[in-house]
Design a protein around this ligand. Sequence first.
Ligand SMILES: Nc1nc2c(ncn2[C@@H]2O[C@H](COP(=O)(O)OP(=O)(O)OP(=O)(O)O)[C@@H](O)[C@H]2O)c(=O)[nH]1
Ligand SMILES: [Mg+2]
Length: 251
Amino acid sequence: MTNTPLPPPSGAVAAAARRVLVVIPTYNERENLERLVRQVLGFAGYRILVVDDASPDGTGELADVLAREFLGRIDVIHRGGRRGFGRSYVEGMQRALASDADLICQMDADLSHDPKYLPDLVAATDRYDLVIGSRYLRGISVVNWPLRRLILSTFANWYVRTITGLRLRDCTANFRCWRREALARIPLDRIASDGYAFVVETAFEAARRGCRIGEVPIVFIERREGTSKISSGVLIESVIMPWRLILRRLK
Ligand SMILES: Nc1nc2c(ncn2[C@@H]2O[C@H](COP(=O)(O)OP(=O)(O)OP(=O)(O)O)[C@@H](O)[C@H]2O)c(=O)[nH]1
Ligand SMILES: [Mg+2]
């Protein structure tokens, strides 16, 4: 395993000049995708990779229509078989690493992650190998969450931090930007998570491999359109995953 620190980013190439690819997994996000895409592509030089899991609501077809409109700036992976957030990201990240992107971002499609923060994440890759858009850096920056959701997320973060030793305020956020060299160190073909535990597992692997991880503050807004896909299976996986990670480190 390589865990030597990565060389610092080349100061000669300003973050703004680097090629940014934003990987977005979708499952039934028809009401949100178009707005999101237009906002992300408002930033010059940014590109998008949509990873759709055969959404019954036609999100995949909408992504194809948008890809034709923004020729060369949107790529779409249409997955078949068993759907999953983690497995979609594994495929998306592999495709991203096969592209010429210098920086690879990840975010939700439901507009909870406001694209306006993307340049902050991108800029911070001058200092970090992995940058996380954090909900818990300045108190709690979450809009429209019921109390039980807030308690669940706060507990989940405490749980993950305590077991894995990850020194992050927001270990479970899917709003991130990787330097290509850092993402390339993660053994994507060996990632075990199907669901949202993917974000914890990849942060853990990044820390273990000597990546410098930093956080920038964001305000998270609960989705207004569409429905959450969190299932009990995915929650159980998230409870077990930190322990699996500890066992992995012991081995
Ligand atoms: N490709 C793919 N994307 C998924 C899958 N499940 C969720 N997603 C996407 O992953 C992102 C996060 O999913 P959400 O359902 O919003 O999960 P969440 O943000 O934790 O939950 P809410 O706060 O309730 O919205 C969204 O862009 C979803 O469309 C899946 O099985 N396959
Ligand atoms: Mg969401």
